[in-house]
Design a binder for this molecule. Structure first.
Ligand code: PQQ
Length: 577
């Protein structure tokens, strides 16, 4: 999208949730830098008026900041030229019946901007285009139906003349899809499902490839038994990236439904898959399935970060992805060739690693340790001590990349689990989970449930690691000032050296942070912005008032100590020197 591309190119703005189309979350601004970040002060704050988990970040386009909230998904336009005065407020009317159909809190990862419009994708799957100046509704379209478990938490991505939209509901047997609507009027352009017939998944059996080979006919049905693919999951609730030169969009699909693997024999393609698609017609160029026949709920939706780097002395167009399954993957983003797949948390134990030999029949597949399987010979198996837990070595909390250090800064989880699968039958709109989970800190960690790490994607190695008491559920920001920012579940905004990880600054915001750090410049001054407001899957106990350790899909027990540090409440905190 030309307008959005122009807005993104101006480092004074934060025009897209992901920082740029490549999802690098890197800012050229360097007024705040490693030397002076210790002097950061709170410049101003804004209460959102909403209590539950606040993911995503504000946008800044021109003199306006756009702040969103979790359900009921209010959008505020704040006038930065007038001390943050509220220019307009949009509050959709949504049926609260959607709340119990949201798996992991009522979060929303933010609005998007393009062509003078603000795009809000509500919890109930209504996509609304608002006039960026007035907040008037330009058009509105229903992407799904909460009555059958379809909801939304993701942001959307404007590309060219379309807006790319995902869907949630993998815990309700929703069949995931990605949909493109025309920006001009909201009309449907195309929809591509994660599984199903070739015409539904927009695959060309001869030209869509998996690890360099054509996928062949019926690849989205022939690794499923019977009609299970129709309730097969593979939802698309994560982040989207775009390479304008290659003209491809990238995203991942989530867990196959149900969580009980013995009920869905086969590889369950294309759940747990990275997709490269043409934004004009949705056709898939290549795919890579990371976790065939998932047994642990390792959704593949985490962000795809696009970089141009040298590999073995040759410049390459890369895609790096920190999967829930604990492996950090780097692929050639033009062809889908696998370059590295290495554990980015040493605790990962369910696999001994990925077969990297192109000549091998199991090329590209992770080798599974039987001890951590949750199924043997088609029978359910209760398994203990599996690392990572279902929420992965990293969940949706996005990493950042600095082209200056060529390092990725990754918020991680250091949590393991016990997994008890059970038989579940499908009823539309009812939970279709089929496993009981217990989560706890990884055994070697002295109680720490997370780390903030710097990752070298070519070597496949951790450069430094900062232990955190809780999982780092906030998105990172790297800047040309040689500083990296992230938030913690206790509520600290932290700044660390991009080179060494040394802590340079911390400030405790009013609530736990699961939002993503952003930066902008206004009136010649650089600002850092972060939403606090604890919640998300890790904070579901606090957000939804749950206390039974196995509730919240197993997360409540693991994170119960959070209530000793923080409480609910949405607030934006903006910092400056
Ligand atoms: N959402 C969070 C969060 O915002 O903290 C964490 C998760 C979700 C998960 O770990 C999930 O597995 C998950 N799965 C789905 C799905 O399968 O459709 C949706 C969501 C969501 O929409 O937030 C999450």
């Amino acid at each position: 999208n030309d307008d959005l591309t122009t807005q993104i190119a101006n480092p004074a703005q934060w025009a897209i949730q992901t920082g740029d189309y490549a999802n690098q979350r890197f800012s050229q601004l360097d007024q705040i830098n490693a030397e002076n970040v210790g002097d950061l002060q709170v410049a101003w704050t804004f209460s959102t008026g909403v209590l539950r988990g606040h993911e995503g970040s504000p946008l800044v386009v021109g003199d306006t900041m756009y702040v969103h909230t979790p359900f009921p998904n209010i959008v505020y336009a704040l006038d930065l030229a007038n001390e943050g005065k509220i220019k307009w407020k949009y509050e959709p009317k949504q049926d609260p019946d959607v709340i119990p159909v949201m798996c992991c809190d009522t979060v929303n990862r933010g609005v998007a901007y393009a062509d003078g419009k603000i795009f809000l994708h509500q919890a109930d799957t209504t996509v609304v285009a608002l006039d960026a100046n007035t907040g008037e509704v330009a058009w509105s379209v229903k992407n799904g139906d909460p009555a059958i478990g379809e909801t939304n938490t993701a942001t959307v991505m404007p590309v060219k003349d379309k807006v790319i939209v995902g869907i949630s509901g993998g815990e309700f047997g929703v069949r995931g899809s990605v949909t493109a609507y025309n920006i001009a009027d909201g009309s449907l352009a195309w929809r591509a499902y994660s599984m199903g017939p070739d015409s539904d998944i927009l695959f060309d059996p001869e030209n869509t490839t998996h690890l360099g080979q054509p996928v062949g006919a019926d690849s989205g049905t022939n690794t499923w038994e019977g009609d299970q693919w129709m309730i097969g999951g593979g939802t698309t609730w994560g982040w989207y990236s775009y390479d304008p030169e290659a003209d491809l969009i990238y995203y991942g699909s989530g867990n196959p439904s149900t969580w009980n693997p013995s009920q869905r024999p086969g590889d369950n393609r294309w759940s747990m898959t990275i997709f490269a698609r043409d934004p004009d017609d949705g056709m898939a160029k290549w795919v890579y399935q990371m976790t065939p026949h998932d047994e642990w709920d390792y959704d593949g939706i985490n962000e795809m970060i696009l970089t141009d780097q040298d590999v073995d002395g040759a410049p390459r167009k890369l895609l790096t992805h920190f999967d829930r399954n604990g492996l950090g993957y780097t692929l050639d983003r033009l062809t889908g060739e696998l370059i590295t797949a290495e554990k980015y948390d040493p605790a990962v134990n369910w696999t001994s690693g990925v077969d990297m030999d192109p000549a091998s029949p199991t090329y590209g597949r992770p080798a599974v340790l039987a001890q951590y399987s949750t199924e043997q010979n088609g029978e359910d198996v209760n398994s203990t001590g599996i690392c990572p837990a279902a929420l992965g070595s990293k969940d949706q909390q996005p990493a950042s990349y600095s082209p200056e250090t060529q390092l990725f800064y990754v918020p991680t989880n250091h949590v393991c689990m016990d997994y008890e699968p059970f038989r579940v039958s499908y009823t539309a709109g009812q939970p279709y989970v089929g496993a009981t989970l217990a989560m706890y800190p990884a055994p070697d960690s002295h109680g720490g449930m997370g780390n903030f790490i710097a990752w070298d994607n070519i070597a496949g190695e951790i450069r430094w690691s900062i232990p955190e008491q809780f999982s780092v559920w906030s998105g990172a920001l790297a800047t040309a000032g040689d500083v990296v920012f992230y938030g913690t579940l206790e509520g600290y905004l932290k700044a660390v050296s991009a080179e060494t990880g040394e802590e340079l600054y911390r400030f405790k915001t009013p609530s736990g942070i699961i939002g993503n750090v952003m930066t902008y410049e206004h009136g010649g001054k650089q600002y850092i912005g972060i939403l606090s407001g604890v919640g998300g899957w890790a904070g579901i106990g606090l957000a939804a008032g749950l206390t039974n350790p196995n509730d919240g899909l197993g997360a409540v027990g693991g994170y119960s100590a959070l209530s000793d540090y923080t409480a609910l409440g949405g607030q934006l905190t903006v910092f400056a020197l």
